[in-house]
Design a protein around this ligand. Structure first.
Ligand code: PEP
Ligand code: MG
Length: 583
């Protein structure tokens, strides 16, 4: 049995067979290298071998100390193969003698080696051909340009399977959701990447940053995924399977207990009413919203309508997707966020989103204000949908006041067009903004003066405040919603909205994380928007809390002079018998 560790990003237990997603088939180019460049080609090959050596050493250094010895010996075998002259020197002869390009020389040598192993009598040695092929593939990947790789399509029938992948884009997660997967595991990734967020809102257990998962795990192997602890068991013995089946039942029981709160009010012991709203990505997510009886939608991430397709949805398609959600929630607010494409949320449609630092580039409202035609189609669809219920328009990633002015101007233009055509819309539709860039939080009073409501996007606010890429697993350890700088920005935003007399919500992952609910209540937050699966757990905490007491504790938290005492004060707020622990 092998236990691998990563970052658990979506609670729950799944037991199922692995499907290892090989995302890229390699297209091996074949060409003659002109004589004067042959030595450069040799250097290119040697550099790729060296990068591969470093990668393998890096994976080896990430093996947890308590992992079984097989984990390390597997990597040692790969390092030995890489160092063998048959792999690291023979292709050089072909590059020099035949003027072959490095990829073709390596692939030819690898085919020769695989043929030799295949002819061996000993089944153990015969199996070694897989190791050779894996090592060669690693070197080839280091040789090839990204555009020489070709994605393998995701197969259709993945029902009940645990998908193991190097990394998954949000668009992949949406596609996998529809194929009925039981859980997913990735080599890379972070807890607030959009892929991780999706796994939570879809209720799919998931572990990211399991270094080397795609190397250790073979297709069809039985896996146990513990999404809360971030542990993955491969080829488990019966006792472990039995233990995890017991745990899965316990989680189901606790979930049933929480369901008893479905129709109860989200009101604290001292009578403070709290709005518990849902974050959704697609109209299909509404089942979870009804199940939790959310007070409305606090964040409709419309960019997911634009993924897994080559052309953007037209006005009618968008209108239908918005109205579907609105009609399902009569009398309840539906906050539709305008397109937030860019950074890790990429679409196949032709848009100028790629740049050296995509998270700091043409993303969200910046992209929309550049692609005005695309943006106006969305505004028309949202405005038309506003005639059918209580719609709020929310603008992501605001960083200066001109962006608000420009969006308002475009909304007015679209309203005028609709009016001229006699098409209904809500003329009083509130226009709010996300506070997720530190610049907007620091000047939240100025932003509040020009907006009808604010919503704090802690995922990006933390990313940009602490300068940690939300999808980069090497800096995940720095992700900390309790960092005093983050807490100050949150407090400034809440206070600015209260002073301005406008509503303020939080729709980042922090809002659905039970460890922060009491502190946020104490800081004055009254609208929490989260993945629907978290709503009942947060409601339980609200109902058990005295907001007056939490306010006093929050004052102490904000006055803490060091990180450790701050954490201790938050722990104390949460109490020893934290009833939120679902497992
Ligand atoms: C956020 O940044 O907190 C947020 C809710 O937006 P997204 O996660 O979609 O970037
Ligand atoms: Mg965001």
């Amino acid at each position: 049995m092998l236990a691998l560790h990563g970052k658990g990003v979506s609670n729950g237990i799944a037991i199922g067979r692995a499907y290892v997603l090989k995302r890229e088939r390699l297209k091996i180019p074949e060409y003659v290298v002109p004589a004067p460049f042959v030595e450069d080609e040799v250097s290119r090959f040697l550099a790729a071998v060296e990068s591969t050596r470093q990668e393998l050493a890096d994976i080896r250094s990430h093996i947890p100390p308590d992992a079984p010895v097989e984990a390390a010996s597997f990597l040692d075998t790969h390092l030995l193969i890489l160092n063998d002259t048959m792999v690291s020197e023979a292709p050089i002869k072909d590059i020099r003698a035949n003027q072959w390009n490095a990829e073709f020389a390596l692939k030819t040598q690898s085919d020769r080696l695989v043929a030799v192993f295949e002819a061996m009598e000993d089944p153990y040695l015969r199996n070694k051909k897989t190791d050779v092929a894996q090592v060669v593939e690693r070197v080839l990947r280091n040789l090839l340009n990204p555009d020489e790789r070709e994605d393998e399509p995701i197969p259709d029938d993945l029902n009940g399977r645990v998908v193991v992948a190097n990394d998954l884009a949000p668009a992949d997660a949406v596609a996998l959701k529809n194929k009925g997967i039981a859980a997913f595991i990735t080599n890379l990734g972070g807890p607030i990447s959009h892929t991780a967020i999706l796994s939570r809102s879809l209720g799919i257990p998931a572990i990211v940053a399991v270094h080397g998962a795609t190397r250790f795990i073979d297709n069809d192997e039985e896996l146990i995924v513990d999404g809360k602890r971030g542990i993955l068991f491969v080829a488990s013995d019966r006792a472990v399977v039995a233990e995890y089946e017991k745990r899965a039942h316990k989680i189901e029981r606790l979930q049933r207990e929480l369901e008893a709160l479905r129709t109860s009010e989200a009101v604290s012991r001292d009578g403070i009413a709290v709005q518990l709203l849902a974050n959704i990505e697609l109209p299909e997510d509404m089942a979870g919203v009804h199940q939790a009886l959310a007070s409305g939608i606090g964040l409709y991430r419309t960019e997911f309508l634009f993924m897994n397709r080559k052309t953007p949805p037209d006005e009618e398609e968008q209108f239908a997707a918005y109205v579907k959600v609105i009609l399902e929630l009569p009398g309840r607010p539906v906050t539709i966020r305008t397109l937030d494409l860019g950074a890790d949320k990429r679409a196949d449609i032709d848009l100028p989103t790629a740049s050296a630092n995509p998270a700091l580039g043409l993303r969200a409202v910046r992209l929309c204000l550049q692609e005005v035609a695309l943006f106006k189609v969305q505004l028309r669809a949202i405005l038309r949908a506003s005639a059918f219920g209580s719609v709020r328009l929310m603008v992501p990633m605001l960083s200066n006041l001109d962006e608000i002015a420009r969006v308002v101007e475009l909304v007015r233009e679209v309203q005028e067009e609709l009016r001229r055509n006699g098409i209904d819309f809500d003329p009083d539709m509130p226009i709010g903004g996300m506070i997720e860039v530190p610049a907007a939080a620091v000047a939240a009073d100025l932003f509040a003066a020009h907006l009808d409501f604010l919503s704090i996007g802690t995922n990006d606010l933390i990313q940009y405040t602490l300068a940690i890429d939300r999808v980069d697993d090497t800096v995940n350890y720095l992700y900390d919603p309790l960092h005093p700088s983050v807490l100050r920005l949150i407090t400034m935003t809440i206070d600015a909205a209260v002073t301005q007399g406008i509503p303020v919500a939080m729709c980042g992952e922090m809002a659905g994380d039970a460890r922060y609910t009491r502190l946020l209540l104490g800081l004055g937050l009254r609208e929490f928007s989260m993945h629907p699966s978290a709503i009942l757990e947060i409601k339980k905490i609200v109902r058990e809390s005295s907001v007056a007491d939490l306010k006093r504790s929050a004052v102490q938290v904000m006055a803490a002079r060091d990180f450790r005492s701050l954490q201790a004060l938050v722990d104390r707020m949460n109490g020893d018998g934290d009833s939120t622990a679902a497992d």
